[in-house]
Design a protein around this ligand. Structure first.
Ligand code: C2E
Ligand code: MG
Ligand code: MG
Ligand code: MG
Length: 288
């Protein structure tokens, strides 16, 4: 009886594992195929400048079609690409698309910056700093039109390596944003000691400001400290009108979230920016 029980457990375990492995290899297969065929999608989420109400930046976000009209979770896709050594192929693809778009249409749509997520693996194994800069140059975009978003996991190898790489990137005029600040073990030290230009405050901090007064105070303190160090602050994940109202006085300059704009395809972005940035500037000059 004993043997039979443990036997059954093994079967259940194997099934779950089997399913997970099959799911992973399906995603990997689709990832390779869609990169090869140019069918991996890059969507863009507009970022609003609070002072002017204009959308002066966008963040490029990868979208891998699942073959059923939907998309895989980007977090899962990126995690898998990192673990299975596909991050260079995949990261280069996104940067290339986003850079070309920014170069061809960015300025006329009122965009100052294209933000692209950079996984730590891209910097450590995939792309050396030189290769990364060469890729950006090849899209025609100017370095000062690009912001690379990194997370604190960049520090995994060594703080000194990260500092060197980031400083080299920034020398060209590229901006570096520290993404998801407040989500993990983010230390206030990073705000002062990493060579970054922008800090993006994670939704886990911004989503509680309405219900939790302490969280609201904490957010304001972090914004203040970031600004003491001359960092630009972006608040991420603003979803509701109540949050929207509260963050107006937070001191942050930029906001990103579903209540301003969702991630959208390139053609939708073009219409969105034409309507919101170009017509808006005509409208507001009437009011001045
Ligand atoms: P992230 O860089 O922090 O990107 C912001 C994520 O928050 C996006 O999820 C976006 O759709 C979502 N978001 C924006 N506004 C709101 C809001 O108001 N509420 C909520 N609940 N969510 C909001 P997405 O596109 O699923 O991407 C997830 C993560 O995957 C990204 O987080 C980033 O870490 C990674 N990622 C996405 N695209 C790329 C890429 O091209 N390269 C790399 N290395 N990582 C990427
Ligand atoms: Mg990001
Ligand atoms: Mg983020
Ligand atoms: Mg994130």
């Amino acid at each position: 009886r004993h043997a039979k029980e443990s036997g059954r457990k093994t079967v259940i375990y194997d099934l779950a594992l089997d399913q997970a492995i099959r799911m992973e290899s399906e995603i990997l297969h689709r990832m390779r195929a869609s990169v090869r065929r140019g069918e991996l999608e890059v969507w863009y989420q507009p970022i609003m400048h609070l002072g002017s109400g204009r959308f002066t930046a966008v963040e490029a976000l990868v979208r891998l079609p699942d073959g059923n009209g939907g998309y895989y979770s980007s977090e899962q896709v990126v995690d898998l690409a990192e673990r299975r050594g596909m991050v260079k192929e995949f990261g280069d693809y996104v940067l290339d698309r986003a850079g070309r778009f920014m170069n061809s249409q960015g300025s006329e749509l009122g965009l100052l910056r294209m933000c692209v997520n950079l996984s730590v693996q891209q910097l450590l194994v995939g792309n050396s700093v030189e290769q990364l800069l060469e890729l950006i140059r090849s899209t025609g975009v100017k370095a000062d039109q690009i912001t690379l978003e990194i997370t604190e996991s960049i520090l995994i190898q060594s703080v000194e390596f990260a500092r060197g790489a980031l400083e080299q990137l920034r020398q060209t005029g590229l901006h570096i944003a520290l993404d998801d600040f407040g989500a993990g073990y983010s230390s206030l030290n990073y705000l002062f000691n990493l060579p970054v230009d922008v800090v993006k405050i994670d939704r886990s901090l911004t989503s509680q400001i309405r219900t939790n007064p302490k969280q609201n105070t904490l957010l304001r303190a972090i914004v203040k400290m970031a600004k003491i160090n001359s960092l630009t602050v972006v608040l991420e994940g603003i979803e509701t009108p109540e949050e929207q109202e509260l963050i107006k006085t937070s001191g942050a300059e930029f906001v990103q979230g579903f209540c301003y704009a969702r991630p959208m395809r390139e053609d939708e972005l073009v219409s969105f920016l034409k309507e919101r940035n170009l017509e808006k500037s005509v409208g507001s000059s009437y009011n001045n």
